[in-house]
Design a protein around this ligand. Structure first.
Ligand SMILES: Cc1cc2nc3c(=O)[nH]c(=O)nc-3n(C[C@H](O)[C@H](O)[C@H](O)COP(=O)(O)O)c2cc1C
Length: 370
């Protein structure tokens, strides 16, 4: 049991917001695989939500199976942030997360995102207004600081604890770092040690159950939040939960299971966004599944132009045939084509193939500088 304010959660593993990706279909796909309880939306502009902007409303679209759900807000106007939190509470959202980590200039320029990490008392005042207005938990997501000379996360976390924030999610990099370099586990530990009783959830580069275990052990954080690792391996929550409970690593999903889950994801995309838009959005999702298929250039070449479900079925059938040339007599990929899990930046790698990869890819999109 994990507690965030009044919210009792079944898992200490969390889905990190990934703008453009953590939509309802992806969340449902992950939830069906297990191990995940509190999931979050992409970041949503508080003002757009109050104006009932259709794009903002689509970002918070949910369903009964998509519970408990956190909505991540960004903004810097205290009244707007408060009113947006009140609105989210009124429609049954489980908790509100505040974005304090977004490095995108458009967000920082207006005092939101990681700019919030530079003005502690102003930020604490804004958060206080939200906490006092709603009963649902208010949480904050931050980086370690603006840059190495300004590692403000521990002080900010304490200031937020004082005004009643229910949990802190911290990505172990600075804004300046972007996605480069190693996740700084000592930096996360400094946040976990600075607060009195607030749950601190570590985040960054967790791609395997073992990496989650190391992050928990070396930082003293209460939980782990996973973003890109969930794309790379949608089973990561269930596998990590099992591994943390038993010390046993569950077997890797088979190729057939990967195809089933990918197809389920597309079906949900079509249900939520319609066939044309859902297929277009899926063009950037499918190559993530394909990263573990073995040779997949034939699949990727065609899937990035996907426009209908019928076309998907045809692409898949012809890819499965094409892939046969890489299989042994038992239908398994020949060893030289097998691709293992990615190793997190902060883990020692014992796998030669993993050692050659420099880091987990950052998905393309409007926010690739996250
Ligand atoms: C494409 C992309 C979009 C992101 N969008 C958000 C966002 O909307 N809000 C947020 O707080 N963090 C966002 N992040 C940061 C992630 O939540 C997370 O902190 C970061 O990717 C490190 O965790 P990971 O290595 O598990 O992905 C985004 C990251 C990426 C790559």
């Amino acid at each position: 049991m994990f507690r965030i304010g009044a919210l009792e959660l079944k898992s200490r593993l969390f889905l990190s917001p990934l703008a453009g990706y953590t939509n309802l279909p992806f969340r449902l796909t992950l939830r069906e695989l297990g191990g995940l309880d509190l999931a979050t939306t992409d970041l949503v502009n508080a003002r757009s939500l109050l104006e009932k902007n259709p794009k903002a409303l689509k970002l918070i679209e949910t369903s009964p199976a998509d519970r408990p759900l956190a909505v991540q807000l960004f903004g810097s106007v205290p009244e707007e942030m408060r009113d947006a939190a009140l609105y989210l509470e009124s429609i049954g959202i489980s908790s509100v997360d505040i974005n304090m980590g977004c490095p995108v200039r458009k967000v920082c320029r207006v005092g939101g995102g990681s700019a919030m990490m530079t003005e502690l008392s102003k930020t604490a005042e804004l958060v206080k207004g939200m906490v006092e207005a709603v009963k649902i938990p208010v949480t904050a997501k931050m980086r370690l600081g603006w840059d190495d000379a300004n590692l403000t996360a521990p002080d900010l976390a304490c200031a937020l604890e004082d005004v009643g924030v229910a949990a802190i999610f911290v990505h172990g990099r600075t804004r300046e770092q972007g996605f480069s370099g190693t996740v700084n586990l000592d930096g996360i530990r400094a946040v976990a040690e600075a607060v009195r009783a607030l749950p601190v959830v570590g985040n960054g580069d967790v791609t395997t159950p073992q990496a989650a275990e190391v992050m928990l052990a070396r930082t003293g954080c209460a939980g782990v939040s996973i973003g890109r690792g969930a794309f790379y391996n949608p089973w990561i929550f269930r596998h990590t939960a099992e591994y943390l409970a038993t010390g046993q690593l569950p077997p890797e999903p088979t190729f057939t299971q990967r195809l089933e889950v990918m197809t389920r994801h597309l079906d949900l995309m079509i249900q939520v966004f319609g066939e044309e838009h859902g297929c277009r959005m899926f063009r950037k999702v499918a190559p993530w599944y394909a990263k573990r298929f073995g040779p997949a250039n034939e699949f990727n070449r065609r899937i990035v132009r996907l426009s209908s479900k019928a076309e998907y079925d045809e692409i898949l059938a012809s890819y499965v045939k094409w892939r046969e040339q890489f299989l042994d007599g038992n239908g398994e990929l020949l060893p030289r084509f097998r691709i293992g899990p990615l190793t997190a930046s902060f883990m020692e790698s014992s796998q030669p193939e993993a050692a050659t990869r420099t880091g987990i890819p950052v998905p393309k999109g409007p926010v690739e500088v996250w």
